[in-house]
Design a protein around this ligand. Sequence first.
Ligand code: NAP
Length: 252
Amino acid sequence: MPRVLILGGTTEASAIAEALAQDARFSPMLSFAGTTRAPRPPPIPWRVGGFGGIAALADFLRREAFALLLDATHPFAAQMKRHAAAAASLAGVPVLGVLRPGWKATPGDRWTMVADMAEAVRALGAAPRRVLLTIGQKELGGFQAAPWHDYVVRSVDPPDAASLPANAVVIAARGPFRESDELVLLTERRIEVIVTKNSGGTATGAKLAAARRLGLEVVMVARPPPPEMPTVDGGGAALRWLEDHAATPRGV
Ligand code: NAP
């Protein structure tokens, strides 16, 4: 039974874990970063916390005799992807990235495309606006530079107060979100503009459809460069890759 390490924290990683829980051909483990205070326990063995860098992850792969590595981290988890690619190479373990397609604007969308969060802050402009921030917790601090806006911050866990911009209300909520609920949120909070990363996927995509319906602007932060490893765009293709490797002597 090849041991498979899945780097997770995403819908795709959880779906792969669910599938492998039913598959006696593999011995999987799911790894969480520990950024979410209470991750949903998967039906396979799991661990929490960083490995301590590239060399430490390579040691972990060797020590625990992992035969295969799946990087199913979030498209914006760029450091983990870099570390996974380098550690897999050091340890001689085949690695595959699972990278869901990004969102694409459709007719009726009013998207302002920006390269990073600093540009997103500037894109909000000099006039006060009511802003929905759905960007996670790590990069909220940049919006302290634009304290003239009113912010509604939505994240899975409540962020540290020190990271919040001055006029911020926090909503702690975990997707998936429905378009009807997003319409209510945007209307009741009188949101004028949404800031989001181009995460892709359906779990948090409903806000874009709701924004389109209401004619709201969306400031869309572009993805980091793709990781230096082969990638597939979903859990189904990742499972097929695992099967292919399990069927060859190199993978077992
Ligand atoms: P990151 O900046 O790329 O990684 C920072 C460090 O966190 C990594 O170097 C690694 O520490 C540790 N780490 C990240 N993912 C890990 C995992 N699955 N298992 C063990 N350690 C992990 O990552 P991030 O953007 O902060 O994302 C952290 C987690 O949240 C990931 O699991 C990601 O899938 C999930 N997530 C991120 C976003 C986002 O927008 N970035 C959104 C939704 C979910 P060491 O170097 O010590 O090994």
